[in-house]
Write a protein that binds this ligand. Sequence first.
Ligand code: SF4
Ligand code: SF4
Length: 335
Amino acid sequence: MKYTTLGKTGLNVSFLGFGGIPIQRVSRQEAAVTVRHCLDQGICFIDTARAYTDSEEKIGEALKGLPRDGYVLATKTMARSGGDMARDIDISLKSLGVDHIDLYQCHNVRYDTDEAALFAPGGGLDALLDAQKAGKIGHIGLTGHQVDRLIRLMKTGKFATIQVPYNFNELKPEEELLPLALKENMGVIIMKPLGGGALPQDLALRFFLDKPVSVVIPGIEEPAMADQNLRSLMEGGPLSKAEEEEIGRIRQQLGQSYCRRCDYCQPCPQNIDISTVFLAHAYYNRYGMKDWARQRYGSLKVKGDACIECGQCTGRCPYGLPIPEMIKAAAADMG
Ligand code: SF4
Ligand code: SF4
């Protein structure tokens, strides 16, 4: 396993990290097996969030009894005000079962009102600084999807790390964000390295082998996923010319209008599992796995035709996807 320094935090982290979104889907016991397996394989950077329902608690259970210096723990919150931030830090500490969290991040900062509340006197950032002084958190980080906003916030000097979606089909961070992070010695954490499952795993991960990033955190749901990711990074080697060309073809085919499975569009009042509908549809359309896709779609409790086009999801999608239209198309193909 390759290890890197997470920018100015000085933390030593594994290049492959553990993304804590998918363990929401598995039992506590299965989650614990997966987290422990990752640690055994040398994956020592664990990222989760208050917003990932029971992910913090599941990780906390998995870490019980392990030496605290054996892993680097990062979580994040959508809290913006000082009071909410202080409360969430305490909840995270309790859920994770630790007395300090190495990195506490402002999660998905996307509106001007988020920034105003965070930077207000006595606001979210002041609460983070208080928690840092009290030894509850080690460092303060930032996460988001809007590259221009992130660049502006990085320039405030308030954040030690930046977490951003970046992969071979989402290259905008390469223009200004990554060079700025390098210049400012910020830790760079890459979310969505596999495009939420839309990109072929091996090519997508090996793309990072020569990139100036600290840690990539694909979501890991089971031990086999960790093993597969490790094999790609440790044995795969750099991309060949033919593979670069293959990536070019995939880029053309995918475009930008695809679901990254972040689930920010939830909750849907009709309880449609939007990202799984889109995952099944991606397999139906792109990978020619029509039978598998129909079966996966068929197993959903609520199908796409339950969509009432209320539009609540659309405003929440950081990629501006026309979700109701896409749901309708998926239902027409697979229903
Ligand atoms: S538009 Fe459809 S998918 Fe979106 S939240 Fe409303 S019912 Fe759910
Ligand atoms: S539709 Fe948008 S918000 Fe919902 S999971 Fe996909 S990318 Fe995320």
